[in-house]
Design a protein around this ligand. Structure first.
Ligand code: GAL
Length: 417
């Protein structure tokens, strides 16, 4: 996609070339940032690299959550044609590093002091065998509700503070004839809602036991049955055309006043900002009721695939350096809806939701209530994540009831390990 920003980048690059400043190198970047808000954020990176004479060869693979992108990546690497840099999540980074495919970024990390400013929760994924193999761009979190403020005001709905109030609020919207919950019926989106639902039932202790430790008792517990019952409750509040809808089109329903709420990661905020909406005025951001104080996070990182060409290696290092610069971390995340991966970036440029997200991340990190998103590759390996996707989606679509779902979850997770 080469909108205005694409041409701007090309003009900058052409001007630089005309001055005789040779471009260090092009980097081919595989990613899945294809929505309006995501593309705007991506252009902050493209333009930043252009100022450093690093050209951008775009390799977008549409599909929220990155499953399609990871499938394409596997094909490229199998064909011996790995991209220079790849947007990647959590355990996928560790898997590729274990295959020996990723470049060592220790030199630039040491020069730039990454160890001192990147939270250990992220370093757990950015490093393999003690070496940096990826540069974290941001920290997203998934246990958010995005709400159309005008609709809430019109219906006299106060911000819900617990699950029962949330259900009552959705029921009031539904009774008014409007869509209560905007949702895109895709497994990764159901799983994204599941992150917050599990936290709302049993907090971080239950969440960790079930989805980090994969404890069969927790996976098959009465609490898990309740989580699947809550997913069925959410199913009763979506519109009839939810199946297959892309996440950003569900966000657009809330933005345009066609639906009251969306449970989605804070990349959704990028869509609200792109549409010119203002937090507190046009929309509200609040944690999934019952999960206040908890944060289920995922960090977008750029993994650099090992290259033999010294110029390509240099470009990778410069790209990693650019990604981790405080100025870029602020400029990018303000647009993306996420918060900086570095802890030393001031929150001045961020809106109310961004400031809240930064404060809550720091608090959760300090209080031990920060957990990795199940849906976005930060709780367990891909095989386990995908097994969970299958059960959550089948339950959401009414293929089996909550008790059966909990039992199927135990079996599916066991088979995936
Ligand atoms: C997440 C990713 C976000 C956004 C979202 C929707 O996995 O971390 O940056 O791309 O998927 O596609």
């Amino acid at each position: 996609m080469r909108g205005y920003f694409g041409r701007k980048t090309a003009i900058v690059a052409a001007l630089l070339a005309s001055t005789g400043i040779a471009r260090a190198e092009d980097v081919e970047v595989l990613h899945w940032w294809t929505s309006g808000g995501e593309a705007s954020a991506l252009n902050v990176l493209k333009d930043d690299l252009a100022t450093k004479q690093i050209g951008w060869i775009d390799m977008p693979v549409a599909g929220g959550g990155g499953e399609a992108a990871m499938t394409t990546l596997r094909a490229r690497v199998t064909a011996g044609d790995a991209p220079t840099a790849v947007q990647m999540l959590g355990f996928d980074i560790q898997d590729w590093a274990a295959e020996g495919q990723l470049a060592n970024l220790d030199a630039v990390a040491a020069e730039e002091g990454w160890d001192a400013v990147v939270p250990v929760a992220l370093q757990a994924f950015s490093k393999y065998d003690g070496s940096w193999v990826a540069a974290p761009v941001n920290v997203h979190s998934t246990n958010w509700v995005w709400a159309n403020k005008a609709m809430m005001d019109e219906l006299g709905i106060a911000q819900p503070t617990n699950w029962d109030e949330f259900v009552a609020a959705m029921q009031k919207v539904k009774d008014s004839g409007k869509t209560a919950l905007a949702h895109g019926g895709q497994p990764w989106q159901e799983a994204t809602m599941f992150d917050g639902v599990v936290l709302s039932v049993g907090g971080v202790e239950f969440y960790r036991k079930a989805f980090i430790d994969l404890d069969p008792e927790a996976l098959g517990s009465d609490q898990m049955v309740e989580a699947f019952n809550r997913m069925a409750t959410l199913r009763s509040f979506v519109d009839e055309n939810f199946s297959g809808r892309d996440w950003n089109l569900a966000s657009a329903m809330v933005i345009n006043g066609d639906a009251a709420f969306q449970i989605m990661g804070d990349w959704a905020k990028g869509e609200f900002l792109k549409a010119g909406k203002v937090p507190g005025t046009d929309f509200l951001c609040f944690r999934v009721p019952g999960t206040q104080g908890d944060v289920s996070f995922n960090s977008d990182q750029f993994a650099m695939f090992a290259q033999t060409d010294p110029a390509a290696q240099a470009a990778q290092g410069e790209m990693a350096r650019a990604i981790m610069s405080p100025g870029f971390q602020s400029a990018f995340n303000v647009v993306k809806g996420s918060v900086p991966a570095r802890t030393d970036v001031p929150n001045d440029a961020f809106d109310a939701c961004g400031k809240q997200a930064m404060a809550e991340l720091a608090e959760a990190s300090a209080n031990g209530t920060l957990v990795g998103s199940i849906a976005h590759g930060h709780a367990n390996k891909a095989a386990v994540k995908n097994a969970i996707y299958d059960v959550v989606t089948a339950n959401f679509n009414g293929e089996y009831d909550a008790a059966t779902a909990a039992q199927n979850l135990v079996n599916a997770v066991e088979a995936a390990q």
